[in-house]
Design a protein around this ligand. Structure first.
Ligand code: FES
Length: 260
């Protein structure tokens, strides 16, 4: 891909306090050169980076996000970065559903003594984002539609069911349950994918309705989706008490978002 001319990516780097932030500090003290595109946010552990925060950063127009932590096995809180690794994998799959390249989100490890490695990672990631272009260049839609999808993805990742699955992935796939069974990674990935997809479709509808009262056809037009698909999800949303019929126009019921 040819880099977009004159494009200077906006990148956020979430760095854990105990390793990566110290590594970035060392890069500065050692005067290793790297592009100035990354704004650094220090977090106590990479596991503090909630998936919804990553999505919010993209909603606000960031072009790329780096999550850097201690090397696996070296986390100050022992297992934090193992959870981060699983979460980032989930967020990457959500980015794909939105239409963005998963390469816009990087997870990697930098120790306190790896200033040179930090500088190299920033250089490489900035180049990757430069080649991808401004946020949404690869998505087949306008920026407003992309933001709606990202907002829906963010809402999806904050649902209790999804949070529970994201938080329990390690235990479910690595430990045996009370019956001595273990969920395979493949089974878990499939369950996660289906749960996210289902929730994502519903969230897109809720965001499309906004504060209006809309018919199935109007929602479908707004979402560029088939009315049949919207109808299936509306039935489920109505059942969950998240939308309700507030009137009828011609033969078409109008739906309004209720809560959630
Ligand atoms: S403290 Fe560095 S990743 Fe947890």
């Amino acid at each position: 891909m040819t880099p977009q001319e004159g494009f200077s990516p906006d990148i956020i780097g979430f760095l854990c306090n105990w390793c990566s932030y110290a590594g970035a500090d060392l890069a500065g003290v050692s005067r290793f050169q790297y592009p100035p595109n990354v704004r650094i946010i220090r977090v106590m552990c990479s596991a503090r980076v909630d998936p919804a925060i990553v999505l919010e950063a993209f909603v606000r127009g960031l072009d790329g996000i780096m999550v850097l932590g201690c090397h696996l096995g070296d986390c100050h809180y022992l297992t934090g970065n193992y959870y981060t690794e699983k979460r980032v994998k989930t967020v990457k799959s959500v980015l794909e559903s939105v239409g963005l390249s998963p390469e816009r989100l990087l997870i990697d490890w930098v120790s306190a003594s790896e200033g040179e490695r930090f500088a190299a990672l920033v250089k490489e990631f900035t180049e990757t984002i430069r080649e991808l272009g401004a946020l949404g260049k690869e998505a087949n839609c306008d920026i407003q539609q992309l933001k709606t999808r990202l907002a829906a993805a963010k809402e999806t990742l904050t649902r209790d069911r999804i949070r529970w699955l994201v938080g329990r992935e390690r235990e479910l796939t690595e430990d045996k349950n009370v019956f001595g069974e273990r969920v395979t990674q493949e089974e878990f990935d499939q369950l996660m994918f289906q749960t996210i997809e289902k929730e994502f479709e519903k969230r897109k509808i809720l965001i499309s309705i906004g504060d209006d009262a809309l018919s199935i056809k109007e929602i479908a037009r707004k979402m560029e989706a088939s009315p049949g698909k919207v109808l299936r999800n509306i039935v489920s949303l109505e059942h969950d008490g998240l939308v309700s019929v507030v009137g009828i126009e011609g033969n078409s019921p109008k739906y309004r978002r209720v809560r959630g």
